[in-house]
Write a protein that binds this ligand. Structure first.
Ligand SMILES: Cc1ncc(COP(=O)(O)O)c(C=O)c1O
Length: 574
């Protein structure tokens, strides 16, 4: 229930948000329906909400309708929703409902990493240290909901979610309860080889995935181990389908290999091992395994010293912000990139190094949270389809409800007859895998294959995640929380124009740039000291990747800590 005493509204956040609000039209309070609050294109503070609702909570249905209306009415990311005043054609911004106080305040007991984490890092180092990037150890027992607790008892609001892979927060009761079911225990104690002898439940679990999470137009699913193995095997499946199509065009069966193909494949030579290529975009990240790293183009650290395929790169749009003020320039930039895609497809064909597939992220995440418009992606689908090139949409980071849609690519509004050919996933789904069309089915077993092909215990986990997403309306709530977060980030960049810029987001997948990489690192370090864990990406972006249970009260808490941190860095710079 809404609590006035527990809610702490940081004065500075209020000032930031009010400053943004003041720049806009005055509210029409007299005509407001009782359950709405006027937000002049800003986000509400708890006090503002409180003063209008007078402690009355809007119903859950009202909240959900508001979020849906926000998506449907072309809202510009900086209001939570709009609502029509009954009997008039006037719409007013509609606030998120009053929300409860956050479950807890972050609490830092030591510098981070603290002594216990340091000791554990040293011990881990003796066996290799996972390469040396470990920054803290999690106490998985004490972490709870949106709050991560580290080995030293430090509690932080977690907006990075285990590198975007935390679906329902820590220790969600539905998950812990299901984990003691006989089915889950069996799945945990016998890791089946799913490609040859799956457990009884596997067929039903795959059918449930098809029913509840298959992207429109895709009617097959293949589970996998992680994001990289999902992409890696989607590449293979795309190449196999590309070659099968060629054989059919020559009058052979799709799997009717000739002697030359069979022999040359064993010598890693064409035609059995064809010179096909996979095209990816500048700034893309698709994983670090040998095939994936050839498609990854975000940072040298992933690629140095590793032999890679000579695969083509296309430019990814570099959009100018704010989007609404740069419509023409951004459209021209996207057309430039599409023209480059078309030209590269032709160039590769001309040297018999055909592009079998183009892989793209809906938001280039590791590369800097780079966005493109739905128009760009529709054009990409159009030109790849025309050229007979498969389109792989890498939703490893954007998939599973965080974008305000179940799949981020739903926002593209692709024509019904032109879905992507493959959609890969992992992270918040806990199991990896990819959806695809039945025409792309590899002919025969052992073609896309490994011992495990997924994990039966993670299939049980996914079962619960899907139920909770549905029962708790987490797609809609990600849209609403994300709108609130983005509104706050936009207000913050208005308050600190030289320091922060380019606030952007879809659902809770939000990001903002700092003026320089050093300033970004300073702000993020201060945020951590204040009890807020966020990610970084690209050269100067701060990235938010909270769990799906990240609600309005957590958004406000995050903005409050972030505002304090930015102010601190601002004072240091002055
Ligand atoms: C878009 C994208 N694709 C692929 C991957 C690789 O996934 P994994 O680390 O599970 O192999 C990641 C990981 O961050 C990712 O963000």
């Amino acid at each position: 229930m809404f609590s006035t005493t527990k809610v702490l509204v940081n004065r500075r956040v209020t000032r930031v948000l009010r400053a943004a609000a003041a720049a806009r039209a005055p509210p029409m309070r007299s005509r407001m329906p009782r359950s709405s609050i006027l937000l002049p294109n800003s986000v509400p503070t708890v006090r503002e909400v409180e003063s209008v609702f007078k402690g009355k909570m809007p119903t859950y249905e009202e909240e959900m309708n508001a979020a849906k209306a926000a998506a449907g009415l072309g809202f510009k990311y900086d209001v939570v929703a709009r609502k029509f005043i009954p009997g008039s054609d006037i719409s007013v911004p509609y606030a998120m409902p009053a929300w409860p106080a956050p479950e807890r305040e972050p609490e830092l007991k030591t510098a981070m990493p603290g002594p216990v984490s340091k000791q554990l890092i040293e011990e881990l180092g003796e066996t290799g240290g996972c390469g040396g990037a470990v920054g803290l150890f999690i106490d998985t027992e004490k972490s709870d909901g949106n709050y991560i607790c580290d080995a030293d008892g430090n509690v932080l609001l977690d907006c990075f979610g285990n590198i975007a892979s935390l679906p329902l927060g820590y220790n969600h009761p539905a998950v812990t309860e299901a984990a003691s079911s006989p089915e889950w225990i069996r799945a945990s104690t016998h890791r089946a080889a799913l490609g040859v002898m799956p457990p009884l439940e596997y067929a039903r679990q795959c059918q449930r995935m098809m029913k509840e999470m298959a992207p429109a137009g895709l009617d097959r699913v293949q589970t996998m181990l992680c994001g990289s193995s999902s992409n890696e095997n989607a590449f293979k499946a795309a190449c196999m389908a590309y070659q099968a199509k060629k054989r059919v065009a020559e009058g052979r069966g799709p799997a009717e290999f000739n002697e030359e193909e069979i022999e040359s494949s064993m010598a890693n030579q064409a035609p059995g091992a064809p010179q096909l290529t996979i095209m990816s975009f500048k700034g893309a990240f698709h994983g670090r395994t040998l095939g994936c790293v050839s498609a990854t183009r975000s940072k040298p650290v992933h690629k140095l010293d590793v032999p890679q395929f000579d695969w083509p790169e296309a430019p990814f749009p570099e959009l100018k912000y704010p989007l609404e003020e740069n419509v023409e320039a951004n459209r021209a930039e996207e057309e430039r990139c599409i023209a480059a895609v078309e030209e590269t497809i032709e160039r590769q064909k001309a040297v018999s190094r055909d592009i079998a597939a183009v892989i793209v992220e809906p938001i280039q995440a590791e590369g800097g949270d780079n966005h493109a418009s739905p128009y760009f992606f529709r054009r990409l689908r159009e030109v790849t389809k025309k050229a007979g090139v498969f389109l792989i949409v890498d939703e490893v980071q954007t998939g599973v409800a965080a974008s305000g849609h179940f799949w981020a690519h739903e926002a593209w509004n692709l024509p019904e007859d032109s879905p992507p050919d493959f959609v890969t996933f992992s992270k918040k789904a806990q199991t990896g895998g990819y959806f695809y069309r039945s025409e792309l089915q590899p002919c025969g077993g052992y073609r896309v294959f490994n011992t495990w092909m997924g994990d039966p215990a993670k299939m049980c986990h996914l079962d619960v995640i899907l139920s909770v997403i549905k029962d708790e309306g987490l797609v809609e709530s990600s849209a609403a929380s994300g709108a609130l977060l983005l509104g706050g980030l936009k207000a913050l960049q208005q308050q600190y124009p030289g320091m922060l810029m380019n606030a952007r987001g879809q659902g809770t997948l939000c990001a903002i740039d700092a003026a320089t990489p050093a300033m970004r690192d300073q702000v993020v370090a201060e945020m951590k000291k204040g009890g807020l864990l966020a990610g970084v990406c690209g050269q100067k972006a701060i990235r938010f990747r909270p769990a799906l249970t990240f609600k309005a009260q957590h958004v406000e808490q995050a903005l409050r800590i972030m505002t304090d941190s930015v102010e601190k860095v601002h004072r240091q710079e002055a």
